[in-house]
Design a protein around this ligand. Structure first.
Ligand SMILES: [Zn+2]
Length: 393
C-alpha cells in the first residue's frame, strides 16, 4: 500500500538549492521513504505510482498569524461582529481555502469570545473550532491563542478581552489559559499610539504567569513603543513588528524572541486604494501614510533578519484584510523586502514549526508527516511558484 511520487524537485526550506529527480513514498500519511528517484524502492503491487514530473514539492505550509473564524476583506473588523453561527461557517470555508493553497498549519492569534453554537461554552470561538478539527486530516492542524488581551479603547469594543491595568492583564491571561488556549496573545498597541498600553513590568508579570503554565506569550505590535515594552518584558514573539529598530532586534535575537511577519497586509491595503472607495485606503494623504508604514515594516524585517531573529510568517487573514489562501503573498512580500526566497519559504514552513514548538510542522523528512504541496515552478528562485498549487496531500 502507499503512493510513490516520482521525479519531483524538492524545496524544503533548509537551503537555496533545489534537489532534482527525487522520489517520495507515502504510506499511511507518513513519508516512508525519501531520496533520489534512481534509488527509490521498487513499488509493490499495491503501490500507486504518481508521475509528479515538472513539479517542486514543499512542506505543508504554516500560517503563523491567522484568524480562523474571520473572513478578511476590506471590512475585516466589522466581520468580527457577525453572528457566531456565521463565523463558524467562515472557519469551515477557511479550512478549505487553506488546504487548497497548501497551508496545513494554522496558528490562530485571536478570535472573539462568544457562546459557541455547537458546544454551548462561552470562550474564544477558535478554541472550539480547534478541538472539533483535531484528528481530521482534511482540516489544518490548529494551535490557538484564545481572544486578544488588550487595554480598553485599543480595539472596537466587544471584540477582545479589555482590561485597565496590570492586574486585569494577569486575570485575562489566566482566563485564556483556563479556557484552553495553547498560548496567549497580548495586544500592545494602545489607545494612545505614542504610549505602550502596559508597562514592561506589567507585561513581564503576565509572561511569567503564562510560562509557569507552559504557555508562550506573543504580542501584537504595530508601534515602536509597544515593541519595546514587549521585548523588554520577554515575550516569546512579536506579531507584525511593523516598527522595529536596531536596539529592539538585537535584544530579540539575544533572548530568542521571534518575529511573525505580516507584510502582505500592507500590500493588500495598497490594492484597496484601487479596488475600493474607502477613504482610509483611497484618500491620497492616508494612502501615503500606509506607504510610509510599509517602508518601515519592510525595513524592520530586514533588520530582524540581519540580527538573526527567527522569522516566521503569516497572512493575518481574518484579523486583517487577507484571505485564508494567500500565504504565498506574504512569502513574495518577504522576498521583495530583501529575504532570499529559501529564507522566505522557511519562514512559512519550518520556522513556523519552531515557533509553535511542533517538530512535525513545516518539514519534509523520512518518517515525518506526508503534508506535501506540489507546485509548478522553482520556489527557491521565484516565490510566485507557490500560487501554482497542483496537489496537496
Ligand atoms: Zn492578527
Amino acid at each position: 500500500m502507499g503512493t510513490l511520487y516520482t521525479d519531483v524537485a524538492l524545496a524544503d526550506g533548509t537551503g537555496p538549492e533545489l534537489q532534482l529527480d527525487m522520489a517520495i513514498l507515502v504510506e499511511q500519511d507518513r513519508i516512508a521513504w525519501l531520496g533520489p528517484a534512481s534509488e527509490a524502492p521498487t513499488p509493490g503491487s499495491g503501490t500507486e505510482v504518481v508521475d509528479a514530473s515538472g513539479t517542486a514539492v514543499v512542506p505543508g505550509m504554516v500560517d503563523s498569524h491567522s484568524h480562523l473564524t474571520l473572513p478578511g476583506g476590506a471590512h475585516w473588523i466589522d466581520r468580527g461582529f457577525d453572528p457566531p453561527e456565521k463565523l463558524l461557517e467562515v472557519a469551515e470555508h477557511n479550512a478549505r481555502l487553506m488546504r487548497s493553497a497548501g497551508v496545513r498549519w494554522a496558528r490562530d492569534v485571536g478570535s472573539s469570545v462568544r457562546v459557541d453554537p455547537v458546544d454551548g461554552g462561552e470562550r474564544a470561538l477558535a478554541l472550539g473550532v480547534r478541538d472539533r478539527w483535531r484528528g481530521h486530516r482534511e482540516y489544518p492542524y490548529v494551535r490557538a491563542a484564545g481572544t486578544w488581551v488588550s487595554r480598553g479603547g485599543s480595539l472596537p469594543s466587544g471584540l477582545a478581552a479589555e482590561v485597565e491595568d496590570g492586574d486585569g492583564l494577569l486575570r485575562a491571561v489566566t482566563r485564556q489559559l483556563d479556557d484552553g488556549a495553547d498560548f496567549v496573545k497580548l495586544y500592545l498597541d494602545g489607545p494612545d499610539r505614542d504610549a505602550s498600553p502596559f508597562t514592561a513590568a506589567e507585561v513581564r508579570r503576565a509572561v511569567e504567569a503564562a510560562h509557569s503554565r507552559g504557555a508562550k506569550v506573543t504580542a501584537h505590535s504595530g508601534t515602536l513603543v509597544g515593541a519595546r515594552a514587549g521585548v523588554e518584558a520577554g515575550v516569546d514573539s512579536l506579531e507584525h513588528g511593523f516598527q522595529l529598530d536596531r536596539e529592539i532586534v538585537e535584544k530579540m535575537a539575544a533572548q530568542g524572541t521571534a518575529l511573525v511577519s505580516t507584510l502582505a497586509v500592507l500590500e493588500s491595503w495598497r490594492t484597496f486604494g484601487r479596488t475600493t472607495t474607502i477613504d482610509r485606503f483611497a484618500d491620497p494623504a492616508l494612502a501615503s501614510q500606509i506607504a510610509a508604514r510599509r517602508e518601515w515594516a519592510r525595513e524592520s524585517v530586514r533588520l530582524a533578519a540581519r540580527a538573526g531573529v527567527l522569522i516566521a510568517s503569516g497572512t493575518d487573514f481574518g484579523g486583517g484584510s487577507l484571505r485564508a489562501n494567500q500565504l504565498a503573498w506574504e512569502i513574495e512580500s518577504l522576498v521583495s523586502a530583501g529575504l532570499e526566497p529559501w529564507q522566505a519559504l522557511a519562514a512559512a514552513t519550518r520556522n513556523g514549526g519552531q515557533l509553535l514548538g511542533e517538530p512535525e510542522a513545516g518539514v519534509i523528512r523520512q518518517g515525518g508527516p506526508a503534508d506535501l504541496v506540489f507546485v509548478h515552478g522553482d520556489p527557491l528562485s521565484d516565490p510566485s511558484a507557490l500560487w501554482r498549487v497542483w496537489l496537496v496531500t
